[in-house]
Write a protein that binds this ligand. Sequence first.
Ligand code: FRU
Length: 326
Amino acid sequence: MPMFPRRAFVGTLVCLCTLSALPSCSSSGSDRKRHAGTPDDPYVIGMSQCNLGEPWRVQMNADIKRATSPYPNIKIIFKDAQNDSLTQRAHVEELVAQGIDLLVISPKEAAPLTQPVADAYKKGIPVIVLDRAVQGEEYTVFIGADNKKIGREAGKWAVKALGGKGKIVELKGLMTSTPGQDRNAGFREGLDLANNKDIQVVFEADMAWLEPNARKEMASALATQSDIQLVYAHNDPGAHGAYLAAKEADKHGAMKFIGIDALPHEGIRYVKDGILDATFAYPTGGAEAIETAIKILQGEKVEKKITLGTRIYTKENVAKGGEEIK
Ligand code: FRU
């Protein structure tokens, strides 16, 4: 289910006809042979996903599939790198060698995926980078939510929830990926520790986006720190892992837990069940990627960066669908 109202595909049929009528041409002046973009010779989009072990990424692929289903003249080849940057690199090279018309990539880490993305782009293949960024500018468009802003809002929310005083644990996403870096930097801005001197981050660790790691790190935090009052995890699986560790130590009742993603069947459910106190929506961008891919394949110009919105869900607002963050 799309989490935000977005611009609908106006006139799907018209769009389909226009797409089908597009001549087979080479892009960016390269001699690369493109598919005609007809149901008999559909455009081929390669989708390089960094892993499918997390519900959020399964949702991203489902969003892409659903957005593509009205278009018989588009075919998607999905690759799952199983959380390994070298495998993902090989997948990108493989897709390029196969002669795709456009690449969508949600990279595991910025540095190791920068070169293969740039190589594809320089060969004239349009590249849409989704959710996690690469370094530099050698791609067509980046689509994702503003992680710094989400982190900042989480920090402000934490200060308020603690009444300006208390001990915090921060469980970070993979710090070699841009959302981890931005959610951390934004959070620290939002905490404004220089002016909120009674707030302390007493424990921080990289849990690499994974619930079992978060659970282990939280157990260490509990073993070394007393009176933890709030846990900020960079995603909902991390917040849930921390909650489980605290519950095991029977300390969960004295703590607040904040996560990010807000999938209906994950983070939003946790808020409804009283497990998390707040979660921030992090849209997958899957539908927007296909909408943008269609524009590119039709020869339209697109913005270099498309920023998606966010919402906050708490026990006060979850029943009415959360609240948009402007
Ligand atoms: C899934 C995930 C999400 C997170 C996003 C950041 O792999 O960890 O939980 O919001 O990646 O890129």
